[in-house]
Design a protein around this ligand. Sequence first.
Ligand code: SAH
Length: 259
Amino acid sequence: MNKENKEPIFEFDFTLITDFFRALERQGPGGDEQTLRALEFIPNIHPGLRVADIGCGTGHQTEVLARHLDASITAVDLLPGMIEELGARLQRAGLGDRVTTLVRSMDDLPFRDGEFDLIWAEGSIYNIGFERGLTEWRRFLKPGGAIAVTECSWLSPLRSPATAYIRENFPDIDTPSAKVRILEKAGYVPLAHFVLPQHCWTENYFALVAARIPVFLEEQGHSPAAVRMAALMREEVEHYRVHGTDYGYVFYIGQKPEE
Ligand code: SAH
């Protein structure tokens, strides 16, 4: 990621980021219904499905997948604290035997060619870049396997007031039709795409972020870095409140063709 366009959040160290986010039920916009809707588009679901959940965070969607699939899931995240929370979650849910966890960067995955039937990435592929992630992860899929990711996309042509902030935070943002073209160019048949409704941001995510901020500040003794991070989180919530009809997350689902 180039320096001028870097995610503001990366100005903070991983410990602070982990402390803030590991306490949240999810680390980005999403919803169980939307996870399950995306799953409905996946062809060839069968017992023993092999799934990779990349950028899993504390694994809210990992748990949904594990509950609904007879699958063996490998859940990967860069931050050990996220994987620790996922481990606790799986133990509480009694799903530990279905999920293997891995601390690893998504640009350096140790998987074999054709290892997976399904690759899942909610709110995380932007860390490697939509095009690069789709392209590099494709070889891990079996022929006929599928990929489902969410990615921030323009939802309105009236987006000028939102542009500067969003371009800084999501430099890859584009229209859904442009994203589908990228999916095709990366070697997938587009099976579906759909927009996540606003409550996936407001109720399912930002409400948790807003509640977390004062607790986090207290925990961090109002350190300057924590105060700055809280300010950026508030800015993100406020920006969506004002401009949230201009952009949103879209689920993109594609299939690697059979050979
Ligand atoms: N899928 C979860 C988390 C989304 S937040 C959800 O929807 O709730 C994005 C996640 O990607 C974070 O947990 C972050 O730690 C992880 N991440 C960021 N950069 C990464 C990288 N290079 N490799 C793997 N995971 C990464």
